[in-house]
Design a protein around this ligand. Structure first.
Ligand SMILES: [Fe+2]
Length: 312
């Protein structure tokens, strides 16, 4: 079986990246080590805790019956709705007992190779701040609500937990092949905006959908977006939208399906066949697609976010 990683790869230490590998010029705060992990979780104020509670309550009005059952079970198992921003030590203890993962606080977006390194070691880096009332509906930089509420419950699912670790291992390979953009598209269309079939019904498991108020209804029910069965070769060639609702969602049959399609692939071969730029537009439907719903793209054509277009 071909695997996504070289068997001899050692993930215990940060990789030495060859000089030709591009890394984003992020400036590390002086008090942090090479892992970018904050020595302590922020001490959240009572107003911060109230923001968490209000965000939590708002999501729970739309998620039951729409979120993947693994996600809803994960919320329960980790008791993330107990009031206030969860304490990472206790949450990591509970998560560790289930799947061996932990959650570590980081100040902001961290460099790709450091992010991959944490995932490869079953550590999920989560923002060490929470949004304000002014940015309640939408923030671009992932905060503790997006990272913990959106991502962490899925890590209680054993197969998904393995997928995330393998994704981290695959990251270094993508960097060496200079194909990070393609692997980023896979993350986007699975971890952030993925849909899964449960007994024939669509459910969301992507954190970008689950942590926001409007996208879950749009992703599952609207006429505008395409819904297409996941095909890794196709997805890694597909552009995506960062700051608006997605024109296309990709659907998996199960988390085992996702694991097999990715981890059991020969990614060396795939990377060699990929061009550096994306081949397909984010709204494209192509010949090989197994299409569940061909979108009207009405929302996008009317101008999307900021235009007043309804997410229909
Ligand atoms: Fe995220």
């Amino acid at each position: 079986m071909a695997t996504i990683i070289e068997p001899e790869s050692d993930f215990s230490a940060l990789p030495d990246l060859p000089p030709e590998v591009y890394t984003a010029p992020l400036r590390k705060p002086a008090h942090l080590g090479e892992d970018w992990v904050e020595p302590k979780q922020t001490k959240y104020s009572s107003e911060d805790d109230a923001i968490w509670d209000d965000l939590f309550a708002r999501q729970m009005e739309v998620l039951p019956g729409r979120a993947a059952s693994a996600f809803l079970q994960g919320l329960d198992k980790l008791a993330l709705g107990q009031g206030g921003v969860p304490e990472f030590g206790k949450m990591s203890e509970d998560l560790g007992a289930l799947t061996g993962w932990s959650v570590v606080p980081v100040p902001m977006l961290i460099p790709d190779h450091v992010f991959f390194w944490h995932l490869a070691n079953r550590r999920f880096p989560a923002g060490n701040f929470i949004r304000t009332r002014e940015t309640f509906d939408y923030i671009q930089e992932p905060d503790v609500f997006h990272d913990v509420f959106g991502h962490v419950p899925m890590l209680t699912d054993p197969v998904y937990a393995d997928y995330m670790q393998e994704y981290g291992r695959a990251g270094w390979k993508a960097m060496r092949h200079n194909r990070l953009k393609a692997l980023g598209a896979l993350y986007w269309y699975t971890v952030e905006f993925g849909l899964v079939l449960e007994e024939g019904a669509l459910r969301a498991y992507g954190a970008g959908i689950l942590s926001g108020p409007t996208e879950i209804v749009f992703a599952l029910d609207a006429k505008s977006p395409n819904r297409i069965m996941l095909n890794v070769d196709r997805v890694m060639r597909t552009d995506y939208v960062i700051d608006d609702l997605q024109p296309t969602y990709f659907v998996i049959e199960s988390f085992e399906d996702l694991y097999h399609q990715t981890v059991e692939r020969d990614f060396d071969r795939l990377y060699r066949s990929l061009s550096p730029a994306f081949t397909y537009a984010n709204s494209a439907v192509i010949d090989v697609d197994d299409v569940l719903h061909r979108g009207t793209q009405e929302y996008l054509q009317r101008g999307g976010r900021g235009s007043g277009a309804k997410p229909v």
